[in-house]
Design a protein around this ligand. Structure first.
Ligand SMILES: Nc1ncnc2c1ncn2[C@@H]1O[C@H](COP(=O)(O)OP(=O)(O)OP(=O)(O)O)[C@@H](O)[C@H]1O
Length: 446
């Protein structure tokens, strides 16, 4: 029996009246515009697999429509909102404040339609599944992760080592698994070994195995990770932590495809692809004599750099929502999505622990959240917004100081622009530019 699947659509629920040009721009980018008004109750014709973004067009903020927006917000708290704000918008009513607080992006009117389309693509996704990169298992829609996936697809079928670099928690192991699963070795074993976690005296035997009686306590023959992964892939995480004797054995394996178990002189031929990762600077380790230069060149044939999360702004909220959805499948929680300030804080934060830290914070927030929306406090990121506010007030203090300095100097120079420019050691053009920037009319100042 044929199974009919409804195609996913992208809809903007527009509270207000889109101009012809706005409607056409969105339609061209593949968005269906549904105009909503005071009569719109709860249901706005969304289907489960549709991507929906709500738009508060405050050019037409009549109280009944604002009320309908607030109702939709209450019924569907996880809906993302954007707001269009007219330049002459007067004092806020509490309902409008709530809408602005819930909005991820604001646009002053007249609207720059290209920017609006870009924002909607960011919020709602370019294509319904663009974030999954097919079968690679790597999630993200940022340009940086797109470049990683392109390299992974190129490197996967090539039988050469790949050196994966990147800060802790950036997904180096995820990338290694993708290289394996997209290679011809996909149905053979994948062994991930954290070299830094192995006791130095046991590294050789863990990797390459040992014979019975090879050392005190070796009561039986043991097969190492390389032999266990025969035909497949070995991923050596923190390869810079390998002791020098293990580096020598690894180099021989890469050059000749053979290994010796500890306590044996018999050469074993093996087909294993080696992937390695490091979060430390291996070049420096080579300079300091802690890492063999010849091994470094062997491992570094193909190089993959995993970008830190702070360079993947477009992925942060997407990954957070994925982690929350995965958590919801396994555990009971009220949380379904993130508040607007939580999203802002996630975008502002620099994520020193990268994707792993994001995963941990989201899981913790899902446990402590008492609402359907995860708040900035649930994520323990309230400080981030406080610092941002302090920075922006510092910015506005600087602007005010610049304005005051220009006015004072103009007064002292009896409004002679050339004299003022000389005193401030800038050009006359700069004085005119500053007057324009701070909306200072020379005639009115006199
Ligand atoms: N693109 C991604 N999509 C989904 N989950 C990801 C992604 N990247 C990383 N993760 C998750 O983040 C966590 C850390 O990833 P991973 O262990 O691959 O990082 P790493 O760079 O190898 O870290 P370390 O340097 O500490 O070994 C894992 O739980 C992983 O599943």
């Amino acid at each position: 029996m044929a199974v009919l699947r409804e195609e996913a659509r992208r809809c903007v629920v527009w509270f207000g009246q889109p101009a012809g040009e706005e409607r056409a721009g969105l339609a061209q980018a593949g968005w269906i515009v549904r105009v909503a008004d005071a009569g719109t109750q709860g249901g706005v014709g969304m289907r489960n697999n549709d991507t929906v973004v709500a738009l508060a067009d405050l050019r037409h903020g009549d109280p009944a429509t604002v009320q309908a927006m607030a109702q939709l917000m209450a019924d569907h708290p996880w809906l993302p909102w954007v707001a269009l704000i007219p330049p002459d918008m007067s004092a806020h009513e509490p309902l409008i404040d709530r809408i602005l607080e819930a909005s991820i992006e604001y646009f002053s009117t007249p609207v720059d339609v290209d920017r609006l389309v870009e924002a909607l693509a960011r919020i709602g996704g370019d294509e319904p599944r663009a974030a999954d990169h097919g079968d690679s298992g790597i999630t993200g829609r940022s340009a940086a992760i797109g470049a990683v996936v392109a390299s992974v697809r190129k490197y996967a079928p090539v039988e050469l080592p790949v050196l994966i670099t990147g800060e802790t928690g950036t997904g180096k192991e995820v990338a290694a698994r993708a290289l394996h699963s997209l290679s011809a070795r996909a149905d053979r074993p994948f062994a991930a070994i954290n070299c830094g976690a192995l006791p130095p005296n046991l590294v050789q035997s863990e990797l390459f195995g040992h014979e019975r009686g090879a050392f005190t306590g070796a009561n039986a023959r043991r097969i190492g990770h390389f032999e266990t992964a025969a035909g497949g892939t070995v991923f050596l995480d923190e390869v810079g932590d390998l002791p020098l004797d293990a580096q020598t054995s690894l180099l021989r394996f890469l050059q000749e495809g053979t290994l010796e178990r500890v306590g044996s002189s018999q050469l074993i031929k093996l087909d294993v692809r080696v992937l390695a990762a490091t979060h430390v600077d291996l070049e420096k380790a080579v300079e300091q004599g802690r890492f063999r230069e010849d091994l470094y060149y062997r491992l570094n044939v193909l190089r993959l750099r995993m970008p830190p999360l702070r360079e993947r702004e477009d992925d942060v909220v997407l990954l957070a929502q994925r982690f929350l959805d995965a958590f919801r499948e396994l555990h009971p929680t009220r949380a379904r999505a993130f508040s607007a300030s939580a999203r802002r804080a996630m975008l502002e934060f620099t994520w020193p622990g990268n994707v792993r830290e994001l995963l941990n914070r989201v899981q913790r927030a899902a446990v402590v959240a008492e609402d359907t929306l995860i708040s900035v406090n649930d994520l323990d990121l309230a400080d981030v917004l406080t610092k941002q506010a302090a920075r922006s007030s510092l910015g506005s203090t600087r602007v005010a100081a610049e304005r005051d300095a220009v006015i004072a100097c103009l007064r002292e120079s009896r409004f002679n622009v050339s004299e003022c420019a000389r005193r401030l050691k800038v050009s006359r053009v700069t004085i005119y530019r500053l007057c324009k920037k701070h909306q200072l009319a020379l005639d009115e100042l006199r």
